[in-house]
Design a protein around this ligand. Sequence first.
Ligand code: IMP
Length: 200
Amino acid sequence: MSFYEPETIVCNGSLFRLYITKKQIDKRIEELADQINRDYEGKKPIFIGILNGAFIFLADLMRHVTIPCEVDFFKLSSYGDEKVSSGHVTELKDLDADVEGRHIILIEDIVDTGLSMRYMVGRIKAKKPASVTVVTLLHKPDATKHYVNVDYVGFQIPTLFVLGYGMDYAQEGRNLAQIYVINEESEVGPSPVIPDLAEK
Ligand code: IMP
């Protein structure tokens, strides 16, 4: 079996170029999982994936988690089919798990304006968990409009539109095994930054 990993891809009429490779993603996910294994020893957390975008990251991350844990999903929509957030969060599916008194790890593919994650944290906190931690594969810190504390970050990126590894453009492109960036100008822009987990 081979993964779908072209160098460039046209998605809904826009050209995207390779930005973060599968190798970089895999390495970073192992580091994040190691940290979670250490921080959650003896706690049996519930991982909550925010659908749709987080499903691939969550699946890969969880397979490196060695402590007892559970999983559930929450489904939100904030982008519609556009490249910018609509500014509204629509709740499409609530949790099934009872999170009261439990340690919750929220898993997101990307935190952009912060709207979705801020909403999620509020929604989960209202259910009285023991703790809530936020994990995102990508974070666009310069795009923040709604501040939310992000505890674990895979890569910090500039305010660029990205595709693949669960992230879509008008619902397409989630099946790409690597992360691509839109080719709006000829340059890709600055490289992603890997934050130091020790600084969290
Ligand atoms: P926020 O609410 O503005 O932080 O946006 C979060 C959600 O918007 C993510 O879960 C993604 O579904 C989507 N999103 C944000 N930036 C991108 C992007 O660059 N590519 C694809 N989806 C994105």
